[in-house]
Design a protein around this ligand. Structure first.
Ligand code: FAD
Length: 315
């Protein structure tokens, strides 16, 4: 967060990319190639997800090690509580520490695949993200910057976002230093929610980072939005419906919609950082970043429109 603050003090927005461990060895190689290419887009950091119950966690820690030491990327490792014994948590933290990683996103975790709702099982060390944060602090002091998840539109069966804010505050009080949110497409909802978080006592020094899912295909867009309970503004449906059968056209229209959402957030002053759920793909994220390189004016060929300062780092 210190590095982000330094960039933001100079008026430079920053961004980051999330990846997940692929299922096959070929998938891993492809992802490393893509991460290498996406490194040139200039992310402030990347993060790597943690499978429910520690599934594929060896790959998460390996990816963190490669990204951190081989690619020299600032890396954030996700770590979860669901069905995780203390030993697994200790191993994950030790590997992150040894890899030189200094950022952990501490989460409760998704329920294991087959289960709808997670109940704490015997042997599981922690029930809530808050408990994991306290544990990390007790073992590693201030070595790790600890991020936490926030939900502008609710989470689990509790769809009232306000009901989660006291628990979000608890996570910050326990030692969380930044918040990354569930994906969102409605700027008004996001901005109003950030204000509520601040009113609830979450200090301005704790960045609230919007999670942004670039649009790849119409079906995956709808599926993800439904799954995460995120509202799709009606004009988005109007713009995407007519081209839904044409993936390239969906990406093209989608990049404009998502970039517009990002601009609204940046202009509102609630955030200076954008976090992209890349789904391990480069194209849609790159398209949004390129679209953001111009001011809100529609004509990108207008010579009076200056690129955002951070665009220069994209080359
Ligand atoms: P918590 O903050 O622990 O909250 C869990 C639930 O309990 C919430 O409903 C909350 O309101 C409630 N609660 C919290 N504290 C209390 C309390 N003291 N008393 C009563 N109720 C309480 N999942 C993965 O498995 N792997 C990942 O890598 C991963 N990455 C994610 C990244 C981001 C940015 C986000 C937003 C989510 C991610 N998730 C991931 C999903 C996340 O783990 C789930 O959404 C999970 O259901 C909630 O996690 P949490 O950390 O917010 O949990």
């Amino acid at each position: 967060t210190k590095k982000l603050a330094a960039a933001h003090a100079e008026g430079r927005p920053t961004y980051s990319f999330e990846y997940f461990p692929p299922k096959t060895a070929q998938g891993v190689q492809n992802l490393y190639d893509r991460m290498d290419r996406m490194h040139s887009f200039g992310p402030a950091f990347i993060d790597v997800t943690w499978g429910a119950g520690g599934r594929m966690s060896h790959l998460t820690t390996e990816m963190v090690k490669v990204a951190q030491s081989a690619y020299g990327l600032e890396t954030c490792m996700h770590l979860t509580c669901t069905d995780m014994e203390k030993e697994k948590i200790d191993n994950g933290l030790r590997e992150a520490y040894q890899a030189g990683c200094t950022n952990i996103l501490a989460l409760r975790g998704d329920p294991p695949r087959e289960k709808e709702k997670w109940e704490q099982t015997e042997g599981t060390a922690f029930r809530y993200a808050r408990d994991l944060i306290k544990y990390i602090k007790s073992k590693y002091g201030s070595h790790f910057d600890i991020g936490v998840a926030g939900y502008p539109e609710g989470c689990d069966e509790e769809t009232d976002a306000d009901a989660h804010i006291p628990f979000l505050k608890e996570k910050i009080d326990a030692g969380g230093t930044f918040i990354v949110t569930q994906m969102s497409y409605d700027a008004d909802i996001f901005i109003a929610w950030v204000k509520k978080c601040r009113d609830a006592g979450i200090p301005d020094s704790v960045p609230i980072i919007p999670g942004i899912m670039p649009i790849q295909t119409y079906d995956s867009f709808l599926r993800r939005a439904t799954w995460t309970q995120c509202r799709i503004p009606p004009d988005w449906m109007k713009a995407l419906e007519p081209v839904k059968g044409d993936d390239a056209a969906v990406r093209e229209v989608g990049k404009g919609l998502v970039a517009d959402f990002c601009r609204k957030l940046l202009d509102s002053g609630v955030t200076m950082h954008l976090h992209f759920y890349t789904m391990n793909l480069a194209a849609s994220t790159q398209m949004v970043l390129e679209e953001l390189a111009v001011t809100p004016a529609t004509n990108s060929h207008d010579p009076s429109i200056k690129p955002l300062p951070w665009r220069q780092s994209l080359g």
